[in-house]
Design a protein around this ligand. Sequence first.
Ligand SMILES: Nc1ncnc2c1ncn2[C@@H]1O[C@H](COP(=O)(O)OP(=O)(O)OP(=O)(O)O)[C@@H](O)[C@H]1O
Ligand SMILES: [Mg+2]
Length: 511
Amino acid sequence: MLTKVFGSAVFGVEATTITVEVNVDIGVGYHLVGLPDNAIKESNYRIAAALKNNGYKIPGKKITLNLAPADLRKEGSAYDLTLAMGILTASDQIRAEHLEQFIIMGELSLDGSLQPIKGALPIAIKAKEEGFKGFILPNDNAKEAAIVDGLEVYGVDNIAEVIAYFDKNEPLERTVVDIQEEFYKNLDFPEFDFSDVKGQESIKRCMEIAAAGGHNIILIGPPGAGKTMLAKRLPSILPPMTMSEALETTKIHSVVGKIKNMGLMSQRPFRSPHHTISDVALVGGGAYPQPGEISLSHNGVLFLDELPEFKRGVLEVMRQPLEDREVTISRARFTVTYPSSFMLVASMNPSPGGYFNDPDAPVTSSPAEMQRYLSKISGPLLDRIDIHIEVTPVPFEKLSEDRKGEGSVEIRKRVTSAREIQSRRFEGLENVHYNAQMNTKQIREFCQLDKASKTMLKNAMERLNLSARAYDRILKVARTIADLERSEAVHGNHIGEAIQYRSLDREGWLG
Ligand SMILES: Nc1ncnc2c1ncn2[C@@H]1O[C@H](COP(=O)(O)OP(=O)(O)OP(=O)(O)O)[C@@H](O)[C@H]1O
Ligand SMILES: [Mg+2]
């Protein structure tokens, strides 16, 4: 008998429905066709054990399983449950009249229990689009699938439940998620809050500016100055995610199977990969392409702690996605694109020993050592960082004070209104939503200076020996400072403050 059962394959952040045809006939043999990878080819061992341990079997007949469309490569172990249900039905071991109304997926353990799958959210979105009634999948992934409205989602722990549902009409418990509730639940309670930071008012101000204009930022300072602590708090002052941003971000995290027992991610992501990371893990890729850290940071913050420790090649591959806000990975048979719009926050010690020009420093580095250390970050990557700021440690007395600093919710209000001004300014322009994204032409248009400010900037550039590349960065940041003040024009004081945020040019550290 011939049976049809449905699964799904994920490419990039989109899913494609896979039809599994199962035919059981007289004879012997087990043929799995339609470009399955090794993990799928091995599924028969898992399926055989799982069925046996639940009182069923792979019949000793000629079994043909065809995964269609045949030209699309299918990968991973998530088809175990799909294939098992097809075999049971096609060999008349169970009755399953409504099998075709569902997408059924899950990896089987030998006892029949189910392991989580990747990409449940994009699969659910596609299932809804194509008019499926429901989606049966492992419990761990049920919530992320259930945020799709109008699709019945059933999270299950064991194949026995699925068999009982189809064969004996035993009910499955439907997973229901209130997407609005899920979205608003954590919105105002970020994990880390700026009120935990003692002192550091000027750095907090600087991070507020970075958040307001979407500027990439680098924090420079000795060990223990609080760089990591400050960076972790940046997502809490970015404007709250919109529902569509939350969906985009959740989708990417779903594709890597990183959403356990959660519905919608409504907090902006904060990712801080270790400096030993490979370029594939950072930007995405691999034989079976997966999104990298830059995509997992989509709509949030990517924090590269100890920037000069990263391999230069790894930093280089990040340049294009930083510019395009998406990354495209090409393989012989297909191309996938992952979104990667994130704010880059980097930190560095000013020297390999951790200190710069500090007579009391416990370690010192020779000029040659310093040059080697800093050479990795000079040039193109640094060109994409608008704000450089030095972080000096807060003195002990300040640390031990009880007084709390201003909290993230307050700061975020100012950031959000500055962003609103920018949205209105760039309305109708493609690819520009906030100041950091302006190109040279737009900078000329939107950051016009009066004569006095122009002279001031010119003098400062000469006095501090600032490079030409610093010029545009200063104008952009000054624009953001003016926006935070709701000032239509960019004035001298805005320029003056922006100039302070070019430590790496000013100190001549990078030559
Ligand atoms: N301004 C501050 N307010 C409150 N706690 C602080 C402050 N600065 C530092 N700390 C404390 O010091 C610890 C070390 O700070 P953090 O790890 O952020 O330093 P760092 O600059 O990242 O150092 P490293 O270069 O070694 O990574 C923090 O976990 C925090 O407890
Ligand atoms: Mg640190």
